[in-house]
Design a protein around this ligand. Sequence first.
Ligand code: DMJ
Length: 659
Amino acid sequence: MVFRKLPGVSASGMGLRLSQKFVFLLFLSGLVTLCFGALFFLPDSVRLKRMFLSKSETQPVTAAGSGAAENDAGERSKRPREQEHPRDVTSNKVESGFAMGASTGGGGVGGGGGGGGLARLKGLTRKMHPSSEATEERLAGGKAQEDLTLGLEKVSSPDTSTFAYKKFRRCLLKTPLGRDGGKPEDLMTNERREKVKEMMKFAWDNYKEFAWGKNELRPLTRNGHVGNMFGGLRGASIIDSLDTLYIMGLLDEYHDAKEWVRDSLDLTSNGEASLFEVNIRYVGGLLSAYYLTGDELFRTKVLELGAKLLPAFNTPTGIPKGVINLGSSGSSWSWGWASAGSSILAEFGTLHLEFVHLSELSGDPVYIEKVMNIRKLLNKIEKPQGLYPNFLSPVSGNWVQHHVSIGGLGDSFYEYLIKSYLMSDKTDEDAKNMYYNALEAIENNLVQKSPGGLTYIAEWRGGILDHKMGHLACFSGGMIGIGADDGAPDKRQHYLDLAAEVTRTCHESYDRSATKLGPEAFRFDSGAEAIATRLSDRYYILRPEVIESYMYMWRLTHDPKYREWGWEAVEALERHCRVEAGFSGIRDVYTLSDSHDNMQQSFFLSETLKYLFLLFSDDDLLPPEDWVFNTEAHPLPVVRKSCLQDLSTVAQDKNKLSE
Ligand code: DMJ
């Protein structure tokens, strides 16, 4: 108005023309806007936010999300080489999870506007995995780190669906795939690693050619196998392979797998499925794929599947039954072979890791509540000699039989106790206490030394020892090893020694066979030491447990013998299990005239080959500070609650500001 009153007259007292005054005011208002904006967008730190926002505005929010946008759909032309250099991500959309700019651009976030554009530009010029930069700053300590870490959040919108992924990535201490994708400097080790990658490609290519979309490959008859473990679900080998393909840099194959998930994974199918198997393979596989790639497709699928598992918990105790119909009825029942309608310890006790992440990603605490209820019941119930029997009634909540085993029927329950503790950033004290108490009871009652000096873990039947160790029990070397640091300080070396002894025994079970592969179960009675004495125990079905322990023991001790033992296994697999169209189990490890079982198990792709690849990789590939492997070897990130809450606070602040 003032301007209209004084057209063309210089501003009184200042000698300014109207147009000059207009420009000056424009400049001033721009400056004010910039300063104000800078407060909220540039040095984006929680501390700063807290200075300007009221307490109620800085409460943590959960990460519930909705939208499901694909980050890298259709992007199929990535070369493995690119993936081996996760830091060089300026043009690598496969690594979109690693490249802030790419994931923002394609993630369907609704931020837009100048601030988002500026931040996006900043992100693209950084050329580094945001977690890796933030990590380096974090390790260096100081305020710069906090500003950098949280400043990255500018690129996300209040849409929590992309935020769920980003905040997890930002709370990692190290780059997931390491400095150079875990590539070892030593030439021979690298050659061995490349050999394992070739085995994976061979197994995958044959599955793709002859069994695509089925659950497993039958390599002799060159067709697919469906089986009855997964109800109407299909593609078990695809889901189990996603993360292995990704970390090995087999990215064309990974994209084929992802496209199948997008176009063909049908979660609406009926059929009787094992709750345990669906959880460890499908839920675990999809979760890992999500956390490694940030692709919303996997999150959407895993949440859809997770919800279908919940009816299994509708029992008087909340202990789930073993079998569930994934169709709309959601009915569930116990295995026919499990006595008196009981549920199996290794099944209902192997849900915790995945269910914690289902709650994290959905924002719905129902999953955590289900597994905490199981935990509480097991903690409270009386245990014979402190041991956990394998069968429990989901109706009465009492043990049904007193058979105890760290092998089949019991195994991964113990594994999930220590891993729950580790995955909780070492805050889950109940899991920790239950694990060490259980281990003490196992040591007191089951751990034995053979006359030949081999340490083994026997089974227990109502107080009577069965001097047998299953191949499945051989995971325990690795488990005892990774738990060595967190028990009583004076027991660390004791646990490492025990882990090494059990792993050596399992290696002996391989070494004492003609094929150098281990039997399904080996015994320590009637003069036998680490060999199968029953015909029915002589088979090998491509199981991972012995190699799994080599991998953990290598990382814990760097004793070269573990890599040598792993290489022996590679050679034996090549010699006896590789057939023209894939890998097959064998019926008798003690005879050289191989009789193949015509089955390439999905866990061979998910576990056996992944653990071998890790064994020959540098330790910075999926480092243990950040990742815990579920029992099917699917890596899940450590849940750093305090870090996640700080980041959630930022998201909430942003929501407030955008209102
Ligand atoms: C895998 O499916 C899992 O490791 C499970 O815990 C038990 N064993 C098989 C492989 O042997």
